[in-house]
Design a protein around this ligand. Structure first.
Ligand code: 5AD
Ligand code: SF4
Length: 441
């Protein structure tokens, strides 16, 4: 009897990995594997990993350790690691973990079927972590025309050339490359025709879309083109680099009706000295100028940010500059991280004398300040009516529906399943930390 094989896939990290994982699912289905939600049932277990901070990386080893006993019970089980830790560690991972079968890097997702077959047939252990040339990469941009969700990510560029001194991304994702706009627009049109209503254009640094090659339109032009696609109701993009946020792009927030009134604009630090050491390419003043322009063209825009606490050599004064910037910015939300040295990055070579306890204390001060600001934003929404793009049934499993406001805030409410894909007015009746509760009006 033919036995269908089963795979279990675990995804860590950012949207790029989410999209790569979709590709992995498709490729494995093509070679006869079916996805399961329990690792115990699987013949193949894959981890798509993140290396952006030490904590994320350690998590990968933790999870792998958990699968080791499964492998001991079922020796035919294939265990593989992909993504950024795979790219960073390569062959070394196989040496470190004798129960691991395959390692595939960020440019080698397409080789997975071949590799799985090789392990199945010959029980060889294999790794593929070569970076590809730009020509080949262009052929391999992930696409998936599926209209089974209201919202979809569309990859417009990959890699990063910025080399912020703390960041491992340029080392594990390789050089920046933009996908041809014609391909992107084709995908968006197809998605719209299949029922998708919201597109998030993703890339490590979408603002520099098209800048590295010749003959490509600017990111602002690309947004305008997507704005013109019938059926698409909302557009978002992430992640933006402040230095590449052009006036033309800022103007889009005033001009394009479908572009949501939210931008994730990671500042990383409020201190000019630290920004320079981070190689961010902008000053605090330049950042604030751009934000002022954003507010001028779109008065109710809300911003979110990433901030790193305890960069090597960060003084109390530097840290307070970050706090004061946060107080001034009043971000709707901040993703904050304690600095974590990453192998191969410039910052990892800097002398670092900050005590862990100092970093931790600063981190907690920052969290407390932001929590107060975020709470104010949430409370201000109470009682107001917002347009919500309904995405589907609430993940809380209580029969409610959920959607998002233009600011990307999740709203749960009582409603019919047929509302999915529609924009409906919802009054906010209660505010929680991570979502709002509302009622349709
Ligand atoms: N340590 C701490 N945080 C980091 N980030 C990136 N690299 C590091 C690091 N080495 C954070 C940045 C980035 C977010 C995705 O992760 O804030 O914007
Ligand atoms: Fe990392 Fe900076 Fe590139 Fe973002 S822009 S991925 S922080 S190097």
């Amino acid at each position: 009897m033919y036995m269908e094989k089963r795979f279990f896939l675990e995804t860590f990290g950012c949207q790029m990995n989410v999209v790569d994982s979709e590709r992995i699912v498709d490729l494995l289905q093509e070679i006869g594997y079916r996805q399961v939600v329990q690792p115990d049932d699987a013949d193949l277990i894959l981890l798509n990993t993140c290396a952006v901070r030490d904590k994320a990386e350690r998590k990968v080893y933790g999870h792998l350790g958990r699968y080791k006993p499964l492998k001991e019970k079922k020796p035919a089980l294939i265990l593989g690691v992909g993504g950024c830790v795979a790219q960073q560690e390569g062959e070394k991972l196989l040496a470190k973990l004798p129960y691991l079968d395959l390692v595939f890097g960020t440019h080698n997702v397409h080789k997975l079927p071949e590799m799985v077959r090789a392990v199945e047939n010959n029980r060889v252990r294999c790794h593929e972590t070569e970076f590809l040339d730009q020509e080949t990469r262009l052929q391999l941009f992930p696409t998936r025309i599926l209209g089974d969700t209201v919202t979809r990510f569309v990859t417009i560029m990959q890699g990063c050339d910025n080399f912020c001194s703390y960041c491992v991304v340029p080392h594990v994702r390789g050089r920046e490359i933009s996908r041809p706009s014609a391909d992107i627009l084709h995908e968006v049109r197809e998605l719209a025709a299949a029922g998708v209503r919201e597109i998030t254009l993703i890339g490590q640094n979408v603002n520099s879309y098209g800048c590295k090659g010749e003959g490509e339109i600017s990111f602002a032009r690309l947004l305008a083109e997507v704005d013109g696609v019938p059926g698409i109701e909302r557009i978002r993009f992430t992640t933006s680099h402040p230095k590449d946020l052009s006036d033309e792009l800022i103007d889009c927030f005033g001009l394009l009706k479908k572009l949501c009134n939210h931008i994730h604009l990671p500042v990383q630090s409020g201190s000019d000295r630290i920004l320079q050491m981070m190689n961010r390419g902008y000053s605090r003043g330049q950042y604030l100028d751009k934000v002022r322009r954003l507010h001028a063209v779109c008065p109710d825009i809300r911003l979110t940010s990433d901030i790193i606490v305890g960069f090597p050599g960060e003084t109390e004064e530097d840290f307070e500059a970050t706090l004061s910037l946060m107080a001034q910015m009043r971000y709707a939300d901040v993703f904050s991280f304690i600095y974590s040295p990453r192998p191969g990055t410039a910052a990892a070579e800097l002398p670092d004398t900050l005590e862990p306890a100092v970093r931790q204390a600063r981190f907690e001060r920052l969290l407390a300040l932001q929590e107060e600001i975020s709470r104010n934003w949430r409370d201000a929404d109470q009682g107001q009516v917002f347009e919500v793009l309904v995405e589907g049934e609430s993940r809380q499993g209580n029969g409610q529906m959920f959607g998002r406001t233009t600011w990307n805030r999740i709203v749960n409410f009582e409603g019919d399943r047929s509302l999915a894909g529609q924009v409906v007015p919802v009054r906010i009746t209660r505010v929680f930390r991570n979502s709002h509760l509302g009622e349709m009006v």
